[in-house]
Design a protein around this ligand. Structure first.
Ligand code: NAD
Ligand code: TYD
Length: 333
């Protein structure tokens, strides 16, 4: 199978590429990534040089680049991981979110409209549904995004829905809960808190810390996308969740305990604007198709904390600003 994976130098995309290369050594992968601050070729050091893997630096918001790649390679499937992903950055500077998450998705959809592709998978988020106090969002719940990030993801997803209906294209849209695991940029809750504590710095908890997120280990998400790549029904929407819901304070306590740190390391700070209280997905549709999680939350969290503890080489430069210098030298021609 020939795969185009966009955003493969980011957290989830790089984990997925590693998963595919290991499990299907005869599949060929093109990784198209703009290498924004969140894209990092160190995430794929062990994959570089594999004969069935090729990296192309490029922007999905640039239609000429996208169409040229579709023209030059014949893909069986396209999986779109590329996005601007951090809610706080979307609040301070939304423009790139619109460019990548909306226009970028549109360009990929035009690619699959103009060239023959068997499957396109849109990697999206539960955040498009907004916040839910009680109960769970199903695939049919209306979109009520709260942040420029979730609004831009919702817009990309709506374009997918329209391209399914209007052009009968082979698209699958996925809404997933929050991922955690190795290679997550240390600006998101779990890697930020682990690495801050490893550096003996305090952890900034927004508001009262009672916001709830549903969590999936990144390798379970890889398994879900692998499952949908092979067994997902075209034109369908799937929620990907685990039922593991935790308040941010609970997550923080797990990390503090594992690293032997005191609660005094928590600093309660001003809340994020329009901070969604709770996300929760009904994932029965995917489970009925035969997908199930493999990893236990407690063990996967412990493994994640261990990974950051053992891989300072990976995250230290990202936090120190050294990476920006390295990145400029390596990738900005
Ligand atoms: P990430 O921020 O770690 O990585 C995003 C990647 O996309 C980076 O490699 C970046 O360089 C690349 N990229 C950004 N703009 C691009 C552009 N214009 N053209 C090409 N490449 C570009 O993100 P992640 O956490 O791995 O998330 C991957 C996907 O999963 C995103 O679509 C996100 O919305 C979705 N998602 C993430 C989570 C989560 O908890 N992280 C949960 C649900 C859904
Ligand atoms: P985050 O990892 O940014 O993911 P998302 O906002 O997409 O769910 O945040 C997860 C939760 O943690 C969210 O409720 C906001 C909170 N949070 C903090 O309390 N402090 C922080 O420094 C960060 C980054 C997040």
């Amino acid at each position: 199978m020939n795969l185009l994976i966009t955003g493969g130098a980011g957290f989830a995309g790089s984990n997925f590429i590693r998963h595919i290369i290991k499990k299907y050594p005869n599949y060929k992968i093109i990784n198209l990534d703009k290498l924004t601050y969140a894209g990092n070729l160190n995430n794929l050091k062990d994959i570089e040089g594999k004969p069935n893997y090729k990296f192309i630096k490029g922007d999905i918001a640039d239609q000429r680049t996208v169409l040229k790649i579709f023209r030059n390679y014949q893909f069986d499937a396209v999986i779109n991981y590329a996005a601007e992903t951090h809610v706080d950055r979307s609040i301070s500077d939304p423009e790139d979110f619109i460019k990548t998450d909306v226009l970028g998705t549109y360009n990929l959809l035009e690619g699959i409209k103009q060239f023959t592709i068997s499957k396109y998978i849109q990697i999206s988020t539960d955040e498009v549904f907004g916040s839910i106090k009680r109960g769970k969002f199903t695939e049919k719940s209306p979109f009520k995004p709260s942040s420029p990030y979730s609004a831009s993801k919702a817009s990309g997803d709506l374009l997918c829905y329209a391209y399914i209906k209007t052009y009968k294209l082979p698209i699958i849209v996925t809404h997933s809960c929050n991922f955690y695991g190795p290679y997550q940029y240390p600006e998101k809750l779990i890697p930020l808190f682990i690495t801050n504590l490893l550096e003996d710095k305090k952890v900034p908890l927004y508001g009262d810390g009672k916001n709830v997120r549903e969590w999936i280990y990144v390798l379970d998400h890889c398994n879900a996308i692998d499952f949908l790549l092979h067994k997902g029904m075209l034109g369908e929407i799937y929620n990907i969740g685990t039922g593991v819901e935790k308040q941010n304070l609970e997550i923080t306590k797990i990390i503090l305990d594992e690293l032997g740190k005191n609660k005094k390391m928590i600093e309660f700070i001003k809340d994020r604007p329009a901070h969604d209280l709770r996300y929760s997905l009904d994932s029965n549709k995917l489970k009925k198709l035969g997908w199930e999680t493999e990893y236990n939350f407690k063990e996967a969290m412990r493994e994640t904390i261990r990974w950051y503890s053992k891989n300072e080489w990976w995250w230290k430069p990202l936090k120190s600003g050294e990476y920006l210098e390295y990145y400029k030298k390596q990738y900005l021609s």
